[in-house]
Design a protein around this ligand. Structure first.
Ligand SMILES: [Ca+2]
Ligand SMILES: [Ca+2]
Length: 216
């Protein structure tokens, strides 16, 4: 009968613990660190000088499904009172866009397309925005963006200081919208309610800056 563990037994026990820990890490590997990050680029100085000039756009998400858009605007150290940047998201791969993440001067707005009308009255809890270092950051959780695993988006920037409004679009008009895949554990993202889905799907909103057109 063994009175206790020998030195060899202890080394074996430690090895078993280390192996088990390593095995757990391997098993967890497909689920951990599943976040994504993609860089998109619009040309610099490709729009009238008065417009906020959109250039690099870094999109990323964490495992909780929090999506961050970091939009470089090198010709702005701060957003002017009449600067507008609108990020429009098509979350269902159908005609029109469903969500708008906007900033007008220092006001951050979350919009939903409901029955053909843009509504900015109900801000998503996960939505936030900030501007620092010539970079506009807009954040929202995937659950507030239709729980889409993949979405396409366009950004429009405008300065409305003159009668000839100046715009920059990213990507440029006439080219395909940018596409981003949210990679996150499925159970980390709550699905939107059926009521919210129905409200969004009834009609479509055109991907225009500040314009929402009811379709027949
Ligand atoms: Ca640009
Ligand atoms: Ca452009």
């Amino acid at each position: 009968m063994r009175a206790g563990l020998t030195g060899g037994d202890l080394r074996y026990s430690r090895w078993v613990v280390v192996f088990a820990a390593a095995a757990c890490l391997l098993l967890l590997a497909p689920f951990a660190g599943a976040s994504n990050s993609s860089l998109f680029a619009d040309a610099a100085a490709d729009a009238p000088a008065a417009a906020p000039d959109l250039t690099d756009v870094q999109v990323s998400n964490d495992d909780a499904g929090n999506v961050a858009f970091r939009i470089s605007i090198p010709n702005r150290s701060a957003l002017g009172d009449t600067d507008l940047v609108a990020l429009l998201i098509d979350a269902d791969a159908k005609l029109g866009t469903e969500y708008a993440l906007d900033v007008l001067a220092d006001r951050y707005l979350f919009g939903r397309c409901i029955r053909g009308q843009w509504s900015f009255t109900k801000r998503a809890a996960s939505f936030s925005g900030a501007f620092a270092g010539s970079t506009l950051t807009l954040k929202a959780n995937r659950r507030d963006l239709g729980a889409a695993k993949r979405f396409t988006f366009r950004i429009g920037a405008a300065s409305t200081t003159s009668s000839d409004a100046a715009y920059d679009f990213a990507p440029d008009t006439g080219t395909a919208a940018w596409s981003y895949e949210v990679i996150a554990p499925q159970d980390a993202v709550k699905k939107p309610t059926l009521k919210a889905k129905r409200a969004v799907k009834k009609k479509h909103c055109k991907p225009r800056v500040r314009r929402c057109v009811k379709r027949r």
